[in-house]
Design a protein around this ligand. Structure first.
Ligand SMILES: [Zn+2]
Length: 117
């Protein structure tokens, strides 16, 4: 990964991510699906709300399952050295964050552009 500040200085960093095997992707998808459908079943006895909750969770199960199956890689962490203040930092990333993206140095708040090397 290459970290670039607004004025064009560069440094290098590393992005850690988890790569899912096809089996893990299937299991993750089934788990999300099962949880949603369980919630749909549990909301059956809630009179009134069950008109919305049951179809809502049923659809969400399918959507989340497909989404999770498609996710081949989940970002976890970005490690690097700030271009401006020179300090090492480690930032947690959302699973769906991909380069290129902008991050702020936790020490000096400098905006850093993260790009694939
Ligand atoms: Zn900094």
């Amino acid at each position: 990964m290459i970290l670039t500040s607004r004025d064009g200085q560069c440094s290098s960093g590393a992005m850690l991510s988890t790569v899912y095997s096809p089996r893990e992707r299937t299991l993750r998808a089934l788990k999300a699906w099962a949880i949603c459908w369980m919630l749909a079943l549990l909301s059956l006895p809630i009179i009134g709300l069950h008109w919305f909750l049951v179809p809502g969770f049923s659809v969400a199960g399918v959507v989340l399952g497909v989404q999770r199956y498609r996710m081949r890689e989940a970002s976890r962490e970005l490690n690097g050295r700030c271009v401006l203040c020179g300090k090492e930092f480690s930032l947690a990333l959302e699973p769906n964050e991909r380069a290129p993206l902008w991050k702020y140095c936790p020490h000096c708040q400098a905006a850093l552009c993260v790009e694939a090397a």
